[in-house]
Design a binder for this molecule. Structure first.
Ligand SMILES: [Zn+2]
Length: 118
């Protein structure tokens, strides 16, 4: 794959877990929201912890059976990068947080979802 074939300026398909072609539009929407978050944080580099997961990979890491990671529109990000409020401002729809820090973000269709991790 050509090096210019990346979803957005600061993220590569590798970083997004190499989602299969049919999931690329969803992963592209994810990358666009990640770009907005990065910009909101003053262009601070953002390391993706986990994005798209194949069903076997998802099962191996104990992901939820209907995890957004399976459809390519979710990413886990390092705690301390952005607050829940900042993630919402960047356009994320599903936000899982720990101590006020967003650690899971997704661009699911439908209503906003918020939850916390212990
Ligand atoms: Zn997640």
């Amino acid at each position: 794959m050509a090096t210019h074939d990346r979803p957005t300026a600061h993220f590569t398909w590798d970083e997004l877990g190499r989602p299969p072609k049919p999931l690329r539009p969803a992963a592209h929407r994810l990358a666009q929201a990640l770009e907005r978050l990065r910009e909101l944080r003053g262009d601070r580099p953002l390391t993706i912890v986990s994005a798209y997961r194949s069903p076997s990979r998802n099962a191996a890491v104990g992901g939820a059976p209907r995890s957004r990671h399976l459809v390519g529109d979710a990413a886990d990000i390092p705690r301390g990068y952005a607050t829940t409020r900042q993630a919402a401002a960047a356009g994320f729809v599903g936000i899982g947080s720990q101590n006020g820090w967003a650690i899971h973000v997704d661009v699911r269709p439908g209503p906003a979802a918020r939850w916390t991790y212990p």
